[in-house]
Design a binder for this molecule. Sequence first.
Ligand code: HEM
Length: 395
Amino acid sequence: MIDYDPYAEDVMADPHSFYRRMRAETPAYYVEKYNAWALTRFDDVWMASGDPARFSSTSGTLPAQVLTKEQPVIPILNYVDPPQHTELRGIFNTRFTPRAVNAMEQSTRNAAVELLERGAAQANFDFVDDFAMPFSTRVAAEVIGVPSSDMPSMLSWMQRFFGHDPDAGSMTPDGIAALEEVNRYGAELTRERRRHPTDEPDAINALLHHEKSTGRAMGDEEAGMHLGMLVIAGAETSAKALTLLVSLLARYPDERSRLLSDPGLIEDGFHEALRYDNPTQFLCRTVAQPTELHGMKLSPGQGVMLLYASGNRDEREFERPEVFDVTRRPARILSFSVGRHLCLGIHVARLEARVALEELLARFPDYHVDFGGAETIRTEFIQGYTHLPVELVSS
Ligand code: HEM
């Protein structure tokens, strides 16, 4: 009998052993405690992610919304279905195209170089605190339009939002308070921009441009929620993913050598790291229409857990899924989702990974990771490093 509960200690400590058995034995697994279904096979997660008519986002997508129902659901991009989603996504799309994002390459590279050079002069360099978090925050701040003087607050909101109480195992009251603060901050950013217009191609101006072009006055509070969402979504996941890649290249030196001899493989390596060890274990949907899956009846109102981390190791989709191979180039992975909610920041994440790794490997090809000093976060939906001591060794 499989006894799966995403909040259980044994699941958080070794989720993959549960996922493997669920994929084989009960691919649609019912978790009674949360009245929710856990989907573990690649094809099922792919299908449900791309079918908002049957699997809706309007009751939220975070476990704290759909499973424990601690976090309120507000009508922002992540938590709406078409047609509302189509309008909101249209506001930001232009800011996130490959072309718009590639225009940020030089500033992104400058940030990477500056942080690495400062890090090399430090006695103790922590890849998370001294590189990944400040780097991803700087890039996201540029995309959104957050002034650099507010980056420390941005970091603190993210940390509070993603910080979990090990005893409660889920969203903390302080995390919810951080979300409210960040939304108020977003409203203030909007008010300030109305008072002092700029022509920066950032997300704040994308919102103001939408108001002008459609005639729909959005109001500072609504604009603030959309910007707050970007502050929360824009940096933490990228930082976790970058740190993961750096750690995996240290664990698998042959894979690091492949990237060193062909830096053109860095983006493939990044995707492979996300496939191999997806930091976001799952996000959720809610059943909107009666649906049958693997002989089970899914009823409207029930939660659905899309287990990306499991689907990305599905032996039906990938050959030797347990092997980390930077040359794999799979046709598809689940890490950025698929369909209408495909990660809006996918090109930003790719740019960050490529530039950061190019600069790191060019300067410190033999960097050394002190895994003994590393610290991890293990929660029901995010896993990854919170501290990763790295010695920056020049060749
Ligand atoms: C490696 C880094 C990243 C990963 C793995 C990632 C992953 C994801 C995933 C899985 C979703 C889909 C959620 C769903 O289907 O419910 C998503 C959505 C989203 N992501 Fe990312 N993300 C990353 C980086 C970023 C960055 C850098 C930004 C912005 C600067 C961003 C902004 C967003 C937004 C706004 C959405 C909502 C899109 C929508 O609902 O239409 N992400 N991301």
